[in-house]
Design a protein around this ligand. Sequence first.
Ligand SMILES: Nc1ncnc2c1ncn2[C@@H]1O[C@H](COP(=O)(O)OP(=O)(O)O)[C@@H](O)[C@H]1O
Ligand SMILES: [Mg+2]
Length: 483
Amino acid sequence: MSSSTLGKRTRQSTVTLTPGSRARSVSVSPSKRVCSPKKENVAPVTPTKNGRITNVFSAGKATVSLAKKPATPTLRTPTTPTVASPYTPIKTLFRRSAAPTALTARDTERDFLKKWIKERVEGGKSGSMYVSGPPGTGKSAVLSSICTEMKKEEEGVKVVELNCMALNRVEEVYTAIANAINPDAASTEDGLRKEFEKQACLVVLDEIDHLAEKEEVLYAIYSLPHHPKSRLLLVGIANALDLTDRVVPRLRAKGVEPELVQFRPYKAEEIKEIILAKLGSLKEESEGAGLGEVMQPAAVTLLAKKVAASTGDLRKALDLCRRAIELVESEAKRAPLLPTQDQQTGVKKVTVAHIARISASAFGTSTAQRLKTLNLQQKAVLCALCVSKSQTVGKLYESYTKLCKRDRMISPLGSSEFRDVVGSLEGCGVVNLGGAGVGGGGGNSPVKKGKGGDEDLRVGLGVPEVEVVVAVGDVGALKRFFD
Ligand SMILES: Nc1ncnc2c1ncn2[C@@H]1O[C@H](COP(=O)(O)OP(=O)(O)O)[C@@H](O)[C@H]1O
Ligand SMILES: [Mg+2]
């Protein structure tokens, strides 16, 4: 197949590996899925400058349920007098450790890999695959979902999933594989080869980067399917993209070149789709309690765009969702500091403003940059905090008002607007709020509420004072605060 043909988008797909010669022709056609509402964009086969063939996909749109029992963040009925936070199931949903509820926007890669595996299983052939892509692009999740399905659908196939992080030597890899396939098997290369002749095996080695520094280890592993009677399907997963260029040519030079599939970072619309699908699952779980709408669509769009513009790492997007929920939860605890409670569900919604606040610190903006983008009132409150060393929100409001009135350069805000500003400063990570303040009884006792809100809530500077002084250096009205 010529390079020019490979570069084009094609509809037909075959991946053939001839044992022995390893001759290969690759083109890809994403199989049609009933559940896919849109035609997929597939740029499946990209010849590299080395003439190497890489399957690179742009993700499709359909959603595929995982065979694994999904995480079931349920609304628990409290059995103790402690009232469960309505935000808990939402935060659980976005935890890194949460099992994925569904795989969205990775149909093309998933179907291609599954077909590749199934064809070889059914044809009694062996094969090797090298899956690469930046972190958080769904590689582990996709392979894990395929393994789960294979265990159910193909009883005659042994499925082994291993993480290589804890493995260093090739003997350790052999032992781990042998233990998973047949504890009686000899954990040597020969012993494993015999096992792979007896039955079809799918071995998925995640985080194979860890082994990639040791060339001989990778060579030994990728040699395993290269045996006339082998029925081993080996899939290695790597996060480091540069490894593909370093590792694969070496494997090719030794005659054990694997097929390649590359996962691209998620695009903004895919990230949005995934988050909405996750929230949708919550909606089903909570039987219409409205928790699934806890994030305003515009807020999800902004978050997705910000993550896509940085790395496209879905883990970051999910972390940010959780942080946004935590921010809203902490605001709700301080109500009526920022009262915009959803009447029906009792939960406040994540808005664009929340996303803007958390993303300032999340995307590594320096303190100086964060301070620079604050508006005049935000800076005035910060300066009042530096000058007065107030320890509670109530005291800070008094100091701030006094300073504004003294210099008559800035009109002081009303009490509730002031609290909004304090809340926004917390969101930017430049002030810390929390716990009962000096007048509130200390510890975690309920915060004593003043008439305007949490008078006694403790407040402290979250950045070095000198940075604040520098940031207001050119604002005359604020410099006077320090006189
Ligand atoms: N397409 C997807 N739909 C839903 N959740 C996903 C999807 N892709 C990844 N995830 C979730 O995002 C997180 C990171 O994905 P992961 O597969 O670990 O990425 P990688 O292995 O590429 O670093 C996991 O929690 C995973 O469940
Ligand atoms: Mg992974």
